[in-house]
Ligand binder design. Structure first.
Ligand SMILES: [Zn+2]
Length: 285
C-alpha cells in the first residue's frame, strides 16, 4: 500500500482521535485526500501519508541538519536505555493509544515499536522537517505536523502520552488523555551531557550544570502522585558520533565560536546521559 493510502486508512480507522484545530468540531469524513470537519475545514493527506495541521509553518529552532544529526545518533542508540525504561513502564500487555508529543525525527516511537510496543501510535511535531524525516524513515506510527496550542487531537482519547525532551502543555495533556491515562515525561538531570557542557562553557560555571527542580515541581502540581525514575549511563562516542552530538544539541547555540572550535579539536570519547523520567496519571474527573 502507498504511504498516502496508509495515511488515509489510518485516519479512516481512527478519526475519533482527532478534532479540527480550527473549530474543534469532529472530523466527519475523508473527501478525496482531505480530512474534513463538520464545518468543512479540510486538511490534506500528503504523499507520505502525513497531515499538516498548522495554519502556517511555525518558526522553530531545529533545522534540518540538526534533525539529521539527531536521527543518526539516535539510530546508534544514544537514547535507547531511556526508551527501555519507558517500554518497561508501559508494561508487556500494553495495547493502548500512544501519542509522542514533540516526536522530532521519529526515532523514539520507532525504537519502541521495534521493541514490541503494541497499539495505535501517533507522533507529532511542530517542525515540518522533523515529520518529513520521520515519515520517510519510519512506518511505525501516524506522523503529523501539529501544535498543542491549536490542537488537532480529540478529548479523552489517549492512554499514554510521551513527552521526551520537549515542551509541555499540561492543560492540553490532561484534556487529550483518557481518565487514568499516563504521561511519561523525560527531563535532563544535572549530569546530562556534562562533558559537552564542560567543553563549551569552560569559563561559565553556571552553565555547566542543568537544574530541573522547577520543571519537576510544575509536573507535580499537575500530577501530584507522580513517580520519578532516574536513568543515567555513559555512551561511548566515535568521531562521527561526536560531530552529530555537537550538531544536534541545543547546548551548542549559546557557545562561543572559540569554544566550538576548541570542542571540535578535542572530541569527546564518551558522553554521560542523565535524565529523570516522570510518570503521572490523569485523575478521574
Ligand atoms: Zn473545523
Amino acid at each position: 500500500m502507498k504511504k498516502i493510502d496508509q495515511g488515509i486508512q489510518f485516519l479512516t480507522d481512527y478519526m475519533q482521535l482527532f478534532q479540527c484545530p480550527v473549530c474543534h468540531a469532529q472530523f466527519i469524513e475523508i473527501k478525496g485526500h482531505s480530512l474534513c470537519c463538520e464545518q468543512n475545514h479540510h486538511f490534506d493527506v500528503s504523499k507520505k501519508g502525513t497531515v499538516f495541521f498548522l495554519a502556517h509553518q511555525a518558526k522553530n529552532e531545529y533545522d534540518k541538519e540538526m534533525l539529521t544529526s539527531r536521527f543518526k545518533i539516535a539510530q546508534d542508540g544514544l537514547f535507547n536505555p531511556i526508551l527501555d525504561v519507558i517500554f518497561d513502564l508501559m508494561g508487556p500487555n500494553y495495547q493502548g493509544t500512544t501519542i509522542d508529543v514533540g516526536c522530532g525525527e521519529g526515532s523514539q516511537l520507532d525504537y519502541l515499536t521495534e521493541k514490541g510496543l503494541k497499539g495505535t501510535k501517533i507522533g507529532f511535531d511542530i517542525s515540518k522537517d522533523a515529520i518529513q524525516l520521520a515519515s520517510s524513515h519510519f512506518t511505525s506510527a501516524f506522523w503529523c505536523v501539529a501544535d498543542l496550542a491549536k490542537s488537532p487531537f480529540a478529548t479523552n482519547q489517549y492512554d499514554t502520552l510521551l513527552n521526551i525532551f520537549s515542551p509541555s502543555n499540561y492543560q492540553e495533556f490532561k484534556r487529550i488523555l483518557k481518565d487514568n491515562g499516563t504521561v511519561i515525561k523525560v527531563v535532563p538531570e544535572k549530569n546530562y551531557l556534562i562533558e559537552l557542557r564542560h567543553l563549551f562553557y569552560q569559563d561559565q560555571k553556571e552553565k555547566q550544570t542543568y537544574q530541573n527542580d522547577l520543571v519537576i515541581e510544575k509536573f507535580q502540581e499537575h500530577f501530584p502522585e507522580m513517580e520519578q525514575h532516574r536513568c543515567s549511563y555513559e555512551f561511548p562516542l566515535n568521531e562521527e558520533q561526536f560531530q552529530a552530538l555537537m550538531e544536534m544539541t541545543p547546548l551548542g547555540w549559546g557557545a562561543s565560536e572559540e569554544a566550538t572550535k576548541y570542542a571540535l579539536l578535542n572530541p569527546l570519547k564518551m558522553i554521560t546521559v542523565d535524565v529523570c523520567i516522570l510518570v503521572g496519571k490523569k485523575q478521574i474527573s
